[in-house]
Design a protein around this ligand. Structure first.
Ligand code: BGC
Length: 452
């Protein structure tokens, strides 16, 4: 892998949006106060064996009460953008119906505080925390989903659209549909194609319709949506491995962006599952509705992956394996660090044509950080950021319109099924005391961003 040493934020230009991102369910806590309804994550985390250490998101890093201090940290580290998500069950406790005034008031205070600190708010509408009341009626598998989502988007744009101009409709639809509705590893813990297929289609529809709703409601809005992506490599050059890698690539990198760009769902002869997606959703009828001309596309990249053929894995006949032929470094979550693959993924999204601007809306790494004498020496994270940001610069210098980079994440937080074991923050959190300690990577960003 290429090692990059010296980077200057100046090289990205004065208008580049340097930000930090987080999500409601992972940070806010305060799960049952001020009128908030339960989300699928509150309920899912009660199921035995689903979350490491039986962790619950109930308190998380208590952002709900500490947002002012945390925003001061964002500012102190030199970021200009603050990306956060709105908890649907905080503003609409039953998912539909009555609006919770206290929930709206919280986000009003948060937005106002951002503006007072001269931080640009980027609001994610859906970051995986569906209200439990909607899940009871089928959640993302229900044909009512678009109606429910419309109500949520309208409540948010009406309440916040006067001050928030940057909107992200959906966070990584592949993440929550596959982990939550196929593999049962994330909330709501559903499995199988009968859940996965309708969830895919409802997420694709809500992404584009959500974009249209924001466009209508918010004057001058800058509207985007985010996709996860990971370069997929074949374990060997054998045909069966190459085909396995191609199938994984369709799911990980193409399934959701292609409908947005007006191409409908991807189609590959060797992958019958895709026919089911088309058939199940009578997709052709929807091709137009699944398309939307977003102002920017958020790319979220954490790792590269290697797969090999395995007949026993249903539908995809592929399984993830450790890279055999290449010696590669990993994060403490076992994710392959490969900044060159990040560069190639940025390029791929751009080369589709039709993407106006790319924002790297999440990127980061988890390591087992410890505070020793008041210091968190997370050199590996610094090396990760150096590599990935340099790879992004390489893509930008080739003429790709990359408008911003949001690091994941400000503070250590509730990392979904990993509970509190995986730490991604630039700021360490002691979850017993909620004490924050800026890690060396946080200081590294401060120094990097000083020059802009
Ligand atoms: C998600 C985040 C998550 C991060 C690290 C992204 O897929 O959007 O919520 O914490 O990855 O796993």
């Amino acid at each position: 892998m290429q090692q990059y040493q010296h980077i200057s934020a100046k090289a990205f230009g004065p208008d580049f949006q340097w930000g930090v991102a987080m999500a409601a369910a992972q940070n806010e806590g305060a799960y049952n106060i001020d009128g908030r309804g339960l989300s699928i994550w509150d309920v899912f985390s009660r199921r035995q064996g689903k979350i490491k250490g039986a962790a619950k998101p109930y308190e998380a890093c208590d952002f709900y009460h500490r947002y002012k201090d945390d925003l001061v940290l964002v500012k102190a580290l030199g970021f200009r953008v603050f990306r956060f998500s709105i908890s649907w069950s905080r503003v609409l406790p039953e998912g539909m119906g009555r609006v919770n005034k206290e929930g709206i008031a919280f986000y009003n205070k948060l937005i106002d505080e951002c503006l007072a600190l001269d931080l640009v708010p980027y609001v994610t509408l859906y970051h995986w925390d569906l209200p439990q009341e909607l899940e009871k009626n089928g959640g993302w598998t229900s044909h009512q989903m678009l109606k429910w989502f419309t109500r949520f988007v309208n409540v948010c744009t009406e309440a916040f659209g006067d001050r928030v101009k940057n909107w992200i409709v959906m966070n990584e639809p592949m993440g929550f549909t596959s982990l939550g509705y196929m593999m049962g590893k994330h909330a709501p813990g559903k499995t199988g194609l009968s859940n996965f297929l309708p969830a895919i289609h409802n997420a694709a529809l809500c992404t584009a319709e959500g974009g249209r709703l924001v466009r209508t409601a918010v004057r001058g809005a800058n509207i985007g949506t985010t996709f996860s992506c990971s370069e997929v490599m074949a374990h060997t050059g054998r045909d069966e491995d190459l085909m396995a890698a191609k199938r994984a690539d369709v799911l990980l990198n193409r399934l959701f962006i292609e409908p947005v760009l007006g191409r409908g769902y991807p189609h590959e002869d060797h992958f019958p599952l895709l026919d089911k997606i088309h058939l199940h959703n009578k997709a052709w009828k929807y091709t137009e509705r699944m398309a939307f001309n977003f102002d920017f596309i958020g790319i979220q990249n954490y790792f590269a992956t290697t797969v090999k053929y395995n007949a026993l894995i249903p539908y995809i006949h592929a399984m993830e394996v450790k890279a055999a032929t290449r010696k590669v470094p990993h994060t403490d979550m076992g994710w392959e660090i490969n900044s060159d693959s990040f560069y190639r993924m940025i390029k791929r999204f751009w080369l589709y044509g039709g993407v106006k601007e790319i924002i790297v809306s999440e990127n980061g790494a988890s390591f087992k950080d410890q505070v020793v004498n008041g210091v968190v020496n997370d050199e590996k994270r610094i090396a990760y950021f150096k590599d990935y940001i340099s790879a992004m610069l390489r893509a930008k210098k080739e003429g790709i319109n990359i408008g911003g980079y949001f690091a994941w994440t400000l503070t250590d937080n509730f990392e979904w099924s990993e509970g509190y074991a995986a730490r991604f923050g630039l700021v360490h959190v002691d979850f017993k005391t909620q004490l924050r300690t800026i890690k060396q990577s946080g200081y590294w960003f401060r120094d990097l961003l000083r020059s802009v």
